[in-house]
Design a binder for this molecule. Structure first.
Ligand SMILES: Cc1ncc(COP(=O)(O)O)c(C=O)c1O
Length: 428
């Protein structure tokens, strides 16, 4: 019989070595565009930058796009462009990437955290209203792991309270909510093109909006407080506090080449995820990603929840999860804990002193960032693992089958492992 013994106990791994190929796939279209950029004359905000903006806006269905050097830059531009300033409050999910919330601090505003919905891992709209005060200016809706946030109630609350909504689409290229692409659902959106994203240009990002006024304000933050782009007749006048968030021609060339293949990549990920989800269905103690009705995920990260109690384990949930991960990795399944800390736990928020002298909290009010206020986010940290690369092109159906066989094997034989004995090592 194949794969009988767990690889962690000396058996043969379920995923053959070298079966999972690296991300992103590079071919001659990437080489041609990047080399042409290198041989061109403008390596700063060159012709590929404007072309990338136009092509991305057309792909996503936005009126305007600004190419940036990171998703974080695009988020900060959104916070500023939506009129959030010193002491204003911005609602942010308690679980996300750090810069979904530090982008608020960048503009001297105060993040107010709201717990997540455990199943979808996105902000829980039912908890937003309690976090709104007279200082609240905006909500950052993060589409985590490529699954759109539950936008209808978020937009309804925002409308009722006169708040702007900024979409953090950094992980969600091509995801849709009720048939509309993310980045078109609210006032503006931010995408990331870093190494692991569904569109990778090494680093980089894109700010999108359909609102001309928001575009103009975002543009000042993007480029030295100026109102004109480097492709226009600049007057070199800083009209407002600006940063230097522009992209460069080589990176934009790489981004354009990858954008041309993005639809095919997303189809591959959806196909592989379908096979993987079917392969791990009905495994006791394993909850694969939940995609609610009306949501279309881009499968950025296939994130699962693990429940040790389903296997009779009564110890710390994270210990059980960590041992499962150790066994999965031994099988060649490259699982990871995406974030071990919830955002309010991070030192930068606990200290409430981002710019020094208590700023920005001294302009507004001090808040409680007690992790106990965010039990679902905490529980998620202790019980999830995820994976990205095995689902992505050029990996195919065969890889999805190997991976699901590895997961099934570990959960079927988990009783052979002494979780507490292995736990201390895995906890470390
Ligand atoms: C949800 C989320 N928001 C924001 C970012 C920031 O993007 P970047 O690394 O391009 O600044 C990332 C990725 O790192 C992310 O995953």
């Amino acid at each position: 019989m194949k794969h009988v013994k767990l690889a962690l106990l000396g058996g043969k791994p379920a995923v053959p070595e070298g079966a999972i190929r690296k991300w992103p796939p590079i071919d001659s279209s990437d080489e041609d565009l990047v080399l042409a950029s290198l041989r061109g004359e403008n390596h700063a905000y060159g012709p590929n930058c404007g072309a990338f903006e136009d092509e991305f806006a057309a792909w996503n269905g936005n009126r305007f796009a600004i190419t940036t050097n990171s998703g974080t830059a695009a988020l900060h531009m959104g916070v500023a462009a939506c009129g959030c300033g010193a002491g204003d409050e911005v609602i942010v999910p308690a679980y996300s990437w750090s810069s979904s919330a530090t982008c608020v601090l960048h503009h001297n505003a105060i993040p107010v955290f709201v717990d997540i919905d455990y199943d979808t891992m996105n902000i829980d709209p039912a908890r937003i209203e309690a976090a709104i005060s007279e200082r609240t200016k905006a909500i950052i809706a993060v589409h985590l792991h490529g699954l759109p946030a539950n936008m209808d109630p978020i937009l309804e609350i925002a409308l009722r309270h006169g708040l702007k909504v900024i979409e953090d689409c950094c992980q969600a290229h091509g995801a849709e909510y009720k048939g509309t692409r993310v980045g078109r659902l609210a006032d503006c959106g931010a995408f990331s093109f870093n190494q692991n994203k569904c569109l990778c240009s090494g680093e980089g990002g894109m700010f999108v909006t359909d609102n001309e006024e928001i575009l103009q304000r975002a543009r000042m933050v993007w480029s030295f407080g100026e109102t004109r782009t480097p492709a226009e007749d600049r007057d070199y006048h800083a009209y407002a506090l600006g940063w230097m968030y522009r992209n460069n021609d080589l990176t934009a060339a790489f981004g354009r080449a990858q954008l041309a293949k993005l639809d095919a990549y997303l189809e591959t990920a959806a196909r592989n995820a379908k096979i993987l989800a079917a392969g791990v269905r009905d495994i006791p103690g394993l909850q694969p990603p939940i995609v609610p009705e009306g949501h279309k995920t881009n499968w950025y990260n296939f994130t699962c929840h693990v429940d040790g109690a389903a296997h009779g384990y009564q110890g710390p949930p994270a210990r059980f999860r960590n041992v499962v991960m150790k066994a999965l990795r031994a099988e060649g399944v490259p699982v990871e804990v995406w974030q071990d800390l919830i955002l309010p736990e991070m030192t930068v928020f606990q200290a409430q002193n981002a710019y020094g002298q208590g700023s920005p909290w001294n302009y507004g009010r001090r808040l409680s960032y007690d992790p106990a206020l965010f039990p679902m986010a905490r529980k998620h940290c202790e019980t999830h693992f995820g994976m990205t690369v095995p689902l992505r092109a050029p990996n195919d159906e065969m890889v999805a089958q190997h991976v699901s066989a590895g997961i099934r094997k570990v959960f079927e034989r988990i009783g052979e492992l002494d979780v507490d004995a292995l736990g201390a090592e895995a906890d470390a």
